[in-house]
Design a protein around this ligand. Structure first.
Ligand SMILES: *Cc1c(COP(=O)(O)O)cnc(C)c1O
Length: 436
């Protein structure tokens, strides 16, 4: 124990601290996306110098086993040779043209070929843009203005989606962020994940779309209960609304056709992002031809993008999808996820809490015996998580800096990486106050 503590003190973080001070003077909160600031766990964030495979190295030359994977895109691990080579090859021919290329057609064909629910696809530049555009299309197609989302599901930061639940299931949406007009927030109604009764109450004759993460990944991992997603589709369709599956995380991670492929479900529209760009900025939305042909210039629903279908991003995405086609790819990846989740469950057992998993997505929750929805997630002990995070960091494990984010296992992780992580987790749990 003493040697461990001594080892901890010798970790040099001076370059990270110096750079974060510099960043804080010129960027809000010192970051370009809030979770990177480590506010959820405290302390000064470490900045990254490089990453390869399942390893990430900070600017003080400390190496870690990475479980963030850029929040999902790095399905193959960092700097995978086929992805880097694709980017190198394509970039030599020019990086952006503002005109169509064959590569983007190929990516669209690859996605349409995998997803039964997608006949046609529009590429955009982020997940935020994908969900925002899919909602515009759903509103146009139904002639209705309201949308329903589930509390704790994240769909990017566009105005109408930055809304979660008040306490009542049918509460009109109250914006989470200053700057979101109340008038826009009020068009968003909130239901509870895994609760069809709350969805029935939230849907009505003005509902254009119900949007859902089929496996919730942004309140920690919360899998859908049996029948939940089927019920979502039925209830939405009964009231004349479309169903949008936001598979920005789950697409190409839980299977080649996302979670809808695993569950055998067909949403009206699907949003993709993260993995589809292999670590470069891409998003996409797609669905049946009759719907997608309402998007400009085929139809009147306007949506455009200077860098949409960017050659580098498309090449990185294609290389990633192709690598994931290898026989047994998802089996092995899910096996690693299961190994991590089972190990966490074993070492967590003396305490209250639970480990939830979908494929290679894992969350260890401190507190509740089960997390079915956002209200459950809010009961977790975030202080305990912060202590856990800090101990892991000192042992060279780069965990999500928030109780409410998933751990992302990549194909570059090994069983040894996972076992080392579980051992570190056991020691980290012993150092926390409470039962060990
Ligand atoms: C990350 C995420 C988004 C937003 O994607 P960005 O590329 O960050 O804009 C949307 N939906 C889900 C489910 C996500 O996890």
């Amino acid at each position: 124990m003493k040697t461990e503590k001594a080892a901890k003190r010798t970790i040099d973080t001076s370059n990270s601290e110096r750079l974060f001070k510099r960043a804080s003077a010129c960027m809000p909160g010192g970051v370009n996306s809030p979770v990177r600031s480590w506010r959820g766990v405290g302390g000064s964030p470490r900045l990254v110098a490089s990453a390869r495979g399942a390893r990430i190295t900070d600017v003080d030359d400390n190496e870690y086993v990475d479980y963030i994977g850029s929040w999902g895109p790095m399905l193959l691990g960092h700097a995978h040779p086929v992805v880097i080579e694709a980017i190198r090859r394509v970039s030599a021919a020019g990086v952006s043209f503002g005109a169509s290329t064959e590569l983007e057609i190929e990516l669209a064909e690859q996605v349409c070929g995998r997803f039964e629910s997608i006949d046609k696809l529009r590429l955009v530049t982020s997940g935020t843009e994908a969900t925002m555009s899919a909602i515009r299309l759903a509103r146009a197609a139904t002639g209705r203005d309201e949308i329903v989302k589930f509390a704790g599901c994240y769909h990017g930061h566009s105005d109408g989606l930055l809304v979660r639940a008040g306490s009542g299931a049918t509460t009109l949406g109250v914006p989470d962020s200053p700057g979101v007009p109340v008038a826009i927030g009020s068009l968003t109604r909130i239901a509870d994940f895994n609760d069809l009764t709350s969805l029935r109450a939230a849907c009505g004759s003005q509902t254009a779309a119900v949007i859902v993460e089929p496996v919730a990944g942004n309140m920690g991992v919360v899998p859908p209960e049996p029948g939940f997603l089927k019920g979502v589709i039925e209830i939405a369709h009964e009231c004349g609304a479309l169903v949008i599956f936001d598979e920005v995380i789950s697409g190409f991670r839980l299977g080649p056709a996302g979670y809808q492929g695993v569950a055998g479900l067909r949403p009206d529209l699907t949003c993709l992002g993260k993995i589809i760009g292999g670590g470069l900025p891409v998003g996409a939305y797609g669905g049946r031809a009759a719907l997608m042909d309402q998007v400009a210039p085929a139809g009147g629903v306007y949506q455009a993008g200077t860098l949409a279908g960017n050659p580098l991003a498309v090449a990185a995405g294609l290389a990633t999808l192709e690598a994931a086609d290898a026989p047994g790819f998802y089996q092995r990846l899910d096996g690693l996820g299961a190994r991590l989740a089972d190990g966490f469950a074993r070492v967590l057992a003396p305490r209250s809490g639970c480990v939830q998993r979908a494929g290679s997505l894992v969350t260890l929750f401190f507190g509740p015996a089960q997390v079915r929805n956002y209200d459950d997630a809010l009961l977790t002990d975030t202080e305990a998580y912060a202590g856990f995070f800090r101990s892991l960091l000192s042992e060279g494990i780069w965990a999500p800096p928030s109780q409410f984010e998933a751990w992302f296992v990549s194909a570059a992780h090994t069983e040894e990486d996972i076992d080392r992580t579980i051992d570190a987790a056991q020691r980290a749990l012993r150092q926390l106050p409470g039962p060990s």
